[in-house]
Design a protein around this ligand. Structure first.
Ligand code: ADP
Ligand code: MG
Length: 728
């Protein structure tokens, strides 16, 4: 009965690291599988190249004739690289990516075989969309979905398939994916930030949001992972007694990377490099068998495509190395979970990072403008930003003393805090020449030096300023970054738009100079957004009560967190920034709730299987051994047996009690599940799963873990934490 656990352990012991050849430089490998600029130069006519570049940079339309030329060029390149198929690669609301492959191969009516790929196939495709979640959009509009080419993210070859990044929309134009709203949010932030950046430099004509993600993950031997039904079905362990040694010795973090893992990483990095993903950093994370990978930051849309592609490549390469990658936010209880920090900034087409202080007072005023507007945006829309990282998996991690709490706050550090304090004292209206000089010399002018030695870091803050960018730390490891990035860029766009209006009004109506007007508006923002700034310990109980006093939201679970999406204010925001229509927002809320229900439901079912199929049978088997032992002792010693069987008798009783309780809990959970399933309203159903079903999980787990501790190791059927976490 227990053989599967021990067979898996035996198999995991036979693994050797696969030798990965490191020939040549990474820079020479970079992007060889991507239809990037150098290939465009080689394969495209001048007209087509210009038209495509226009579409990439400014989103201008490509006409059909040019599309045909581009398709022909991409086909030529792809076939020369050995590609046989093409696919529109898109991001349905399930959170991952989808693809449907078509062969280039085609037959003409006369039977001639050839390779075909025209502009039509490049620009648009119609996958059977009916099984992707649409949150009711398709029912409402009876519309089918189609995918449309996103020229701002280059086509690439993966295996033998040419992948064309696309958006996925219904025929009536509603976005059915995560990319379309993202592109709209990026365009909104481009418009708003460009207009504000022009106060400082007229030559700015485009602003890109930049994103550098840091992907955390666990790597578990494939045989061991497959021996656990919970890992197979839910991506995490639902039961498991904490091993004697966990992460308390801190001996894994930044430690020597095990050789099997290193060979996986090298293989992965090579593949990523070919795909144009600029991977840079790799290291061990805090928990045993936990690792991190981070690239050089890129324009946000491309960075997001690259993160999604990375997760896919990781699965495949891990399989080759006999590993399974766990992207779940909390695969193991009692041990750190995995997140995906999103480092975010804004960069102009003139090469300036708008969140980086510069060498002149004016450049620093520009920095302060974007810095303070971001703070103000997060203050106004903190709850909406929180909603963008809500998921069943992330509920296990947020606020668990290893990741930021569900309360949003911003860390700016003591030095920048004092700059903000000084700016708060700027006079209303016109500034005297003395005040201007003072501001230039001693406040704004000092910023670069200040930041140079600004070494204070706060790991407990969910939104921290780290010198030249903000770092959003609560994003889950599995999350599609498009979700938080859509919200963040939308709220910053809205804020910058409002800011511009206010500054222009002061210039026009109050005849203030530009810098005076900017100082005046920023001063008010600093005053009104104070509650969001917090430099203390975000994990502490004091912060929780302080945050409550400041009226900051603290939505601890997904159903609660998603409410705000459809508030009057949120809907108005999305509409005014042209990011999502009301139908699109409601659809996303519905899909996210549905996802939450399904994940919790699956966990509930797996608990059922674990308890009845593994835990109770094993407990009974061991109990029977004890019973047999006690009767044997009784046979030999008669009434005197008690002296020798006292321990066994207590154990028999303890096991019996755990069996009774765990069975009760699982049955009660199943009843709660049935009641929840009967609810028609998605929100009510999600709440029922959250409040009535999920609380049983930890109870069930408690009894299982107690049994695991009590039982004969040889009879315990589920691969133990020790084995999952320390076999490398
Ligand atoms: P840390 O000390 O946290 O490791 P790094 O400077 O190494 O800080 O950056 C961490 C992450 O931030 C990297 O993934 C990097 O690509 C990203 N990053 C750096 N600058 C920017 C930027 N301007 N915009 C977006 N991401 C950035
Ligand atoms: Mg980080």
């Amino acid at each position: 009965m227990v053989s599967s656990r021990f067979a898996a352990i035996a198999q995991s012991q036979t693994r050797n690291s696969i030798a990965i050849e490191e020939k040549g430089r990474r820079s020479e490998l970079f992007g060889i599988n991507v239809f990037n600029e150098s290939k465009m130069l080689q394969y495209l006519t001048k007209d087509a190249l210009e038209s495509l570049k226009g579409a990439m940079v400014s989103g201008s339309k490509i006409d059909r004739k040019i599309a045909d030329q581009v398709a022909e060029a991409i086909k030529g390149w792809a076939i020369s690289m050995g590609a046989t198929h093409y696919t529109h690669w898109f991001q349905p609301l399930t959170g991952s990516t989808a693809e449907k492959h078509d062969a280039f191969f085609d037959l003409l009516p006369d039977g001639t075989a050839l390779e075909k790929f025209g502009g039509g196939q490049l620009v648009q495709q119609e996958p059977d969309a009916s099984s992707f979640p649409s949150g009711g959009i398709r029912n409402t509009f009876e519309a089918r979905g189609y995918t449309a080419w996103d020229p701002s993210s280059p086509a690439f070859i993966y295996g033998t398939t040419l992948c064309i990044p696309t958006i996925f929309v219904s025929y009536t134009g509603e976005a059915l994916d995560n990319k379309a709203p993202l592109l709209r949010a990026l365009s909104a932030v481009d418009d708003a930030a460009t207009a504000v950046a022009k106060y400082f430099d007229k030559n700015v004509s485009k602003v890109n949001a930049t994103l550098g993600w840091e992907q955390e993950y666990f790597l578990i031997d494939k045989a061991l992972a497959h021996s656990r039904p919970d890992i197979m079905m839910t991506g995490r362990t639902l039961v498991g007694e904490t091993p004697a040694k966990g992460q308390q010795l801190d001996d894994h973090y930044f430690g020597v990377i095990p050789s099997r893992v290193l060979s996986f990483m090298s293989d992965l990095e090579k593949e990523c490099t070919k795909l144009g993903i600029p991977v840079k950093t790799r290291h061990n994370e805090v928990a045993p068998n936990q690792f991190e990978l981070a690239p050089v930051f890129e324009e946000a849309n491309l960075a997001i495509d690259h993160n999604l592609l990375l997760m896919d490549v990781m699965d495949k390469i891990a399989d080759k190395h006999h590993f399974m990658v766990l992207f779940h936010e909390k695969p193991f209880a009692g041990i750190n979970g995995s997140g995906k920090h999103n480092n975010w900034s804004l960069a102009t087409d003139t090469g300036v990072n708008l969140l980086s202080p510069g060498s002149t007072p004016m450049k620093n005023l520009q920095f302060l403008t974007f810095f303070i507007n971001t703070i103000k945006a997060v203050d106004t829309y903190e709850e909406l930003l929180r909603s963008s990282i809500a998921s069943a998996g992330n509920d296990y991690r947020l606020g668990a003393n290893e990741a930021p709490p569900a309360i949003f706050s911003i860390f700016v550090g003591t030095q920048l805090s004092s700059v903000l304090d000084e700016l708060e004292g700027v006079s209303k209206g016109k500034l005297s020449p003395e005040e201007k000089t003072e501001l230039k010399l001693n406040v704004v002018g000092k910023i670069p030096e200040i930041l140079m030695d600004n070494t204070d870091r706060n790991r407990t803050s969910p939104f921290a300023f780290t010198g030249n960018k903000f770092e959003m730390r609560g994003v889950g490891a599995k999350t599609n970054c498009a979700k938080p990035m859509t919200i963040l860029n939308t709220i910053v766009a809205k804020q910058l738009k409002d800011f511009k209006k206010e500054v222009d009004a002061l210039i026009d109506k109050k005849a203030l100079k530009k810098d005076e007007a900017i100082f005046n508006v920023l001063r008010e923002y600093i005053k009104t957004s104070k509650r969001i700034r917090f430099d203390g310990d975000g994990y502490s109980a004091e912060w929780e009560s302080e945050a409550k006093r400041r009226k900051l939201s603290n939505n601890r679970n997904t159903p609660e967190a998603l409410n705000v999406l459809t508030s009057k204010e949120s809907l108005a925001l999305f509409q005014s920034m042209k990011v999502m229509s009301e139908v699109e927002v409601r659809a996303r809320q519905e899909v996210d709730l549905e996802n939450y229900i399904l994940h919790t439901q699956i966990e509930g079912r797996v608990y059922n299987e674990l308890v009845y199929g593994y835990i109770i049978p094993a407990a009974i088997a061991y109990q029977n051994i004890l019973i047999k032992n006690v009767s044997g002792l009784k046979e030999i010693y008669g009434a005197a047996h008690k002296k020798f069987s006292e321990g066994q008798l207590t154990m028999i009783e303890e096991i019996a009690e755990h069996i009774v309780s765990i069975k009760k809990m699982v049955d009660a959970m199943t009843d709660a599940r049935k009641k929840a399933n009967a609810l028609k309203d998605t929100k009510k159903k999600a709440e029922a799963y959250c409040n009535n079903v999920k609380p049983y999980f930890s109870e069930i787990r408690l009894h299982s873990d107690k049994l695991e501790k009590l039982m004969d190791n040889q009879l315990w059927p589920l691969t133990k934490y020790r084995e999952l976490l320390f076999i490398k």
